[in-house]
Design a protein around this ligand. Sequence first.
Ligand code: MG
Length: 302
Amino acid sequence: MTDFVEIVDVGPRDGLQSQSALLDIDTKLEFIDCLIDAGVRRIEAASFVNPKRVPQMADVDELVSRLQKRKGVQYIGLVLNRRGFDRAMRSGIDQINCTTVASETFCQRNQGSSVGAMFGTIAEIVREAQAAKQFVGVTIAASFGCPFEGEISPHRVAKMARQFADLGVDEIALADTIGVAVPTDVSRLLDLVLPEVEKIPLRVHFHNTRSNGVANAYAAIQAGIRIVDASCGGVGGCPFAPGATGNVATEDILYMLDRMGVETGISIEKVIETAKWLEGPLGAPVPAMVSRAGLFPPGAAA
Ligand code: MG
């Protein structure tokens, strides 16, 4: 394989939002700068959520205003509702990512809205974003399973993806928010979703909760996906999904891709350095396997 996979590092948002340690803005900006220095070009930097619900994101308006414009670097901000969208537009963030959920119960808990009402909100947001020439994507959370309802029909997810594709969004992401998928689930869902979204880029987001994160990313890449979320150090979770743990680690994905000969433009050595640095502000070791084990063959920088 001589191919390119884009890694979106979601550490500064998905990674940090569920940590008990609250990082100040300067530390978050340092984290983001380290990722850019490592070669990451898309970073999920913010979530425009109610600060009472997610205190880790309370400072995002100021954080985004202080993000440095860097050539080729795009910052992504998550929005869960209309108010979040208005804040995101005011902030000037490069890319907006709307989130909805594949199941009713989780949608209600995560967004305070039904799936149907959420679609209406997103349709309105997408129209306004398009009028403003603002990049807007949609994530379908819990695409592989819901912490409250259990199995999610892949046909249901494919139908939702089709509806968002019909809105003409810039990107659609499928998220295994609670880390339940195995690689065959990924292949099966992508077989159904890819024909529905046609030319719209599809992105995948895996959590390592049940240790299938890297395997799922591999299955997605084999199915033709070229945009994969990961978080430096594998930090992460979801404040509204019981038992949710880390995102698949950027360095764990990079180790696989590097040895497969797939280009990412990212230095694994620098990601490992960043993960080790991040343990300081977090006050805890990061879960990434490769940051613990080091690179191979022996003598490779780590
Ligand atoms: Mg996540």
